[in-house]
Design a protein around this ligand. Sequence first.
Ligand code: HAM
Length: 420
Amino acid sequence: MEIITAVKGFKDVFPPETDKWRHIEATATDVFRTFGFGEIRIPLLEKTELFRRGIGESTDIVEKEMYTFVDRSEESLTLRPEATASVIRAYLEHALPGTEPITKLFTIGPMFRRERPQKGRYRQFHQIDVEILGPDDPHTDAELILMLMHFLSRLRIENLTLEINSLGCAQCRPAFREAVIRFLRNGKPEELCADCLRRIGTNPLRVFDCKVQRCGEIISHAPRLTEFLCPPCRDHFVKLQACLNLFEIPFNINEKMVRGLDYYTRTAFEVTTEFLGAQNAILGGGRYDHLVRDLGGPDIPGIGFAIGLERLAALTPDRGKDGEEGPLLFIAALGDRAVEKAFFLCNRLRMKGIRVEVDYTARSLKSQMKRADKLKSSFALIIGEREIDDNRALLRNMRTSTQEEVALDELEHTITKIAR
Ligand code: HAM
């Protein structure tokens, strides 16, 4: 019979990759807590309407990438393609706006987008998502970016580029949007790709990050949003830059960065690297001052970002020795009575927090020692029938290749002492 394989674009993650993920998640939790964030866990499934309204009808995600289905009670549901809309749904549903002026939350988990799979792009991927709801001053934007860059440096990731832009607000963006539409219509719209041609009428700013070369050339001559920013948006952007400079965080202003979701206002940012090929953005984020209102809540601004965990892990250096340390002890047991002894001892030691491995199938000593080696065990304990009769066992130091005899009935004590 044929085996059943995973769904296309969905992948399994094994050790040591999972160890790296844990390390990344633990570092994130540690850094975010220091900056005052609490963890929220949200469902993977939401009503489709949440993402339609939140992310925007004319975005790629909503138009063509969502895993949407009608469940048995005729309700349209969607596997979440991102976390921001869900965090705000939870924030509103649990009436958090009334309890605190500032809410700082993070969440880590899988997201689902039916994109074309390729290296660094999956249909189920994972995000580390961070959101701040309440304040709208530029210090908050800077603080969030500072925390992010600090987190990346804690992981010892280098050669990253922080790109920032301002997307303006409800006051200044409409004029810019009109100017871009005029520019595209008066140029040679027939030279745009089919998607961009359609976007003129639906979401013209998306043309800025079209990957088709000709579209890129055309849009590079378009008006720039910075020329249209209203004075409060301009001040906000200038202050953000001053705050980043204060902490000597290098950044590029990328006026073409419009982000792929419709909810952004003012600050938008991405961190990119040269090392991931086409999928070079390891994270993206920005301010969304009207999203809470658009999802039926009060007028509360917010800002956040999401890091792609797979992409981040690909850039995180291996942790070397302490990341892949083997067990303290491997017990090689030969014969039924030795296996009984090994079973008891091994699990007693594990309950004391000591990493021990064992092979109950009593294969040859040679193959068991090979296994101890492969697992990078620090010590190997050899127990056979004779050792049990004589109440002794051989403890071998795998690093120095020396061995000593130890009393069987004192083993637990001996190993516990070594572990200290
Ligand atoms: P996004 O730019 O759509 O933003 O995604 C953020 C990051 O998720 C990307 O930079 C990338 O690393 C990762 N990512 C996205 N799609 C895939 C995929 N198919 N395979 C692998 N990784 C992927 C958001 O999702 C916003 N919710 C971010 C945000 C939070 N803005 C404000 N708060």
